[in-house]
Write a protein of this length. Structure first.
Lengths: 177, 105
């Protein structure tokens, strides 16, 4: 029994390493496509962490929506976007600015970390431990029906807006030529 | 207590994602890089909601539904921003945020 426990912990650390390594790849990438690959690796690690947080459904949705949709959209954006010029990668911000940014981010990290470690979280008095998809679906259709409909309207508007924006952009370029 | 069964470890990972996203927004020199960093921040927020949902919340469906909504918003945002970036490229011939500065002058 204990061996399974340690195997589960090893899996947890594997996912944490995936999140951290994907993040570093995305930040240090010279080409944007490498950054997209790092992002998808990191999102896969977050999906694994969702699995450890008791929700297989959310882990699957993370893989489907975030990796399957968002990363593909960004990859398309990289492919139809501009070709990287040879001199452009070297024109990344100067070392002084990068030092300032990393110092600011590191100090923010330490500040919030100190707050997290000192905080005293108390769980709710009465908790129902039902993580099943059935319970989630009932909540989504009864109590959270309005936000559910709203998010679908938001998605529809975003898709139509994206189509309109890209269509007018193409017409303008045709006029120029 | 094992680290995978502890609220603090998940909060630290979410904090790491947030800080990484902010650093990336400063460091990347293209609009698509900024979009990628924004995805990191959104995922940190979703992980935070799921962690509080697992360890503290009275109703375990609420945090999952909120994380689902964050994913939907992130998908809509990515679609709109990519089409905007393509239009910006058509207009300015560049996707460097420093060169898109008509409102500054």
């Amino acid at each position: 029994m204990n061996a399974y426990r340690y195997m589960a912990e090893a899996g947890f650390f594997l996912f944490v390493v995936m999140v951290a390594y994907g993040g570093f790849v995305a930040m240090r990438a010279r080409y944007l496509m490498n950054a997209v690959l790092g992002l998808s690796l990191s999102l896969l690690g977050v999906a694994g962490l969702f699995f450890y947080l008791g929700s297989q459904f959310l882990a699957l949705m993370q893989i489907l929506i975030c990796i399957g949709a968002i990363c593909i959209i960004i990859a398309f954006g990289v492919m139809v976007g501009p070709k990287p010029k040879p001199g452009e990668e070297r024109r990344v911000i100067g070392s002084r600015n990068r030092l300032l940014a990393s110092v600011a981010c590191a100090s923010g990290f330490c500040l919030l970390l100190a707050y997290i470690l000192r905080a005293n979280w108390t769980p709710a008095m009465k908790r129902s431990g039902d993580f099943s998809v059935k319970y989630l679906g009932e909540n989504l259709l009864y109590q959270f029906c309005l936000p559910f409909e709203l998010i679908s309207v938001v998605l529809l508007v975003a898709i139509i807006g994206a189509l309109i924006i890209s269509a007018t952009g193409r017409r303008k370029r045709a006029d120029d030529a | 207590m094992m680290p995978s069964d502890n609220l603090t470890s998940y909060l630290v990972i979410a904090l790491f994602l947030l800080v990484l996203g902010i650093y990336g927004m400063v460091r990347h020199r293209t609009l698509i890089g900024v979009l990628i960093s924004g995805e990191f921040i959104l995922n940190g927020a979703a992980l935070n909601f799921m962690a509080f949902n697992r360890f503290l919340a009275p109703n375990p469906a609420v945090g999952q539904i909120f994380a689902l909504f964050i994913m939907g918003i992130a998908a809509a945002e990515a679609a709109v921003i990519v089409s905007l970036i393509l239009m910006v490229y058509n207009r300015y011939r560049s996707i460097d945020p420093a060169e898109v500065d008509d409102l500054k002058h």
